[in-house]
Write a protein that binds this ligand. Structure first.
Ligand code: TXA
Ligand code: MG
Length: 352
């Protein structure tokens, strides 16, 4: 199959391209598209056969449910059995935006995509291309991140192409994604909201609107099965093993120098994913192509936007050992550290 890429810079002027994407979706085909979080791999969410193609293209385990993307409130009503008062508050405060609500589903949602659950994940993306594409399709769009299962999520069309070339007919290129980490998933089916996956709508923001919310115990390292089925899989992993250094930012540069020297002494080719400050301090010790600068220390928006692309980029280098710099777990930092902990299979060194 040939994979075509259409760059969308102006949703209004390029309505014909979006209409075409809508037609591909309605006829059961797959279209990769940009959102404000990561690129999605879309199919008609009401068509079980079309959704089956998503699992095939990604090599995704069939028990891992897909979330449905909607363009407006009417589409929420189409698929949710009930919009609870908690969900109403979240809709008003954060949607469209980088959040996914877990709600009881209607029978119209195919069993094939919910992995047998009686709930469905609903997301209303804010990205103009995503919204226009869903409107053009006229149906809720099932979409996981547009990567091969287990690899980092793509935040550029080039990364989508790398994983999906020859597997899907169409990619809409809307430029790099703003947030760079997947949406916050909030289970709204119980008495208290539960964060199943942290994202750009932070725990602090949810608490402010709802008065309280909990973290799925599986997120805080407890030995429990996560309630978002996809969170149990190894994820975001680069090919070379990654170790995180966590602790006081002002001590990072010195700690990195020690660890780099130690690993180099063992004959390893060391790659570093770290802040601008740490990368600058390692110039001369680590070759430029093995130094991936994820942004200024503490600039969480910049860090989130860069981590996946930098992790992917290590796969084109000779690095056989990777060191990454941890950050705060406050605000967006919780989502960043969740992804970095998974990418490193929870290998961390506390620095002091
Ligand atoms: O930002 C995002 O959410 C991106 C963009 C494309 O919208 N999508 C995304 O989809 O990250 P995916 O499939 O890669 O991650 C969705 C997660 C999976 O971990 C899945 O197990 C979980 O949501 N999930 C889906 N339906 C669920 C449900 N009914 N209950 C609990 N977890 C669910
Ligand atoms: Mg994913």
């Amino acid at each position: 199959m040939q994979t075509e890429i259409i760059t969308i810079t102006d949703v209004k002027a390029q309505q014909a391209d979006l209409t075409r994407a809508g037609k591909v979706l309605r006829s059961g085909g797959l279209v990769a598209f940009p959102t404000e979080t990561v690129y999605g791999l879309g199919a008609n969410g009401l068509d079980a056969d079309a959704c089956a193609r998503i699992y095939e293209a990604k090599g995704r385990p069939s028990d891992n449910p897909l979330i449905l993307h909607v363009s407006d409130r009417a589409m929420v009503e189409m698929i949710a059995a009930e919009v609870t008062p908690m969900a109403e508050k979240l809709l008003a405060a954060f949607m469209p935006g980088p959040i996914t609500l877990i709600l009881r589903r209607k029978a119209i949602v195919p069993d094939r995509i919910t992995g047998g659950l009686d709930t469905v994940g609903i997301r209303m993306p804010e990205h103009p291309v995503a919204r226009a594409m869903i409107r053009a399709a006229g149906v809720p769009i099932a979409a996981p991140s547009a990567n091969i299962s287990g690899r980092p999520s793509p935040t550029t069309a080039a990364s989508v192409l790398r994983d999906m070339k020859g597997r899907i007919p169409l990619i809409l290129d809307g430029g790099p994604c703003h947030f760079g980490v997947e949406s916050t998933i909030v289970d709204c089916t119980g008495p208290v909201a539960v964060i199943l996956r942290p994202g750009a709508i932070t725990r602090e923001m949810l608490t402010e609107v709802l008065g309280g919310c909990k973290l799925d115990p599986a997120l805080v390292g407890a030995d429990t099965v996560p309630r978002a089925p996809g969170m149990k899989y190894k994820h975001y992993a680069p090919k070379a093993p990654l170790t995180l250094l966590e602790g006081e930012p002002s001590k990072m540069a010195a700690a990195f120098r020690r660890q780099v020297r130690r690993l180099q002494g063992e004959g390893r080719t060391v790659g570093v994913l770290a802040s601008h400050e740490v990368c600058e301090s390692l110039r001369g010790l680590v070759p430029a192509e093995l130094l991936k600068d994820y942004g200024p220390q503490g600039d969480l928006l910049a860090i989130a936007a860069h981590i996946y692309e930098e992790l992917i980029a290590f796969n084109d280098t000779e690095a056989d050992a990777l060191l990454g710099e941890g950050t705060t777990e406050k605000g967006l930092g919780l989502a960043i550290m969740n992804r970095l902990h998974k990418a490193s299979a929870f290998h961390s060194l506390r620095i002091s």
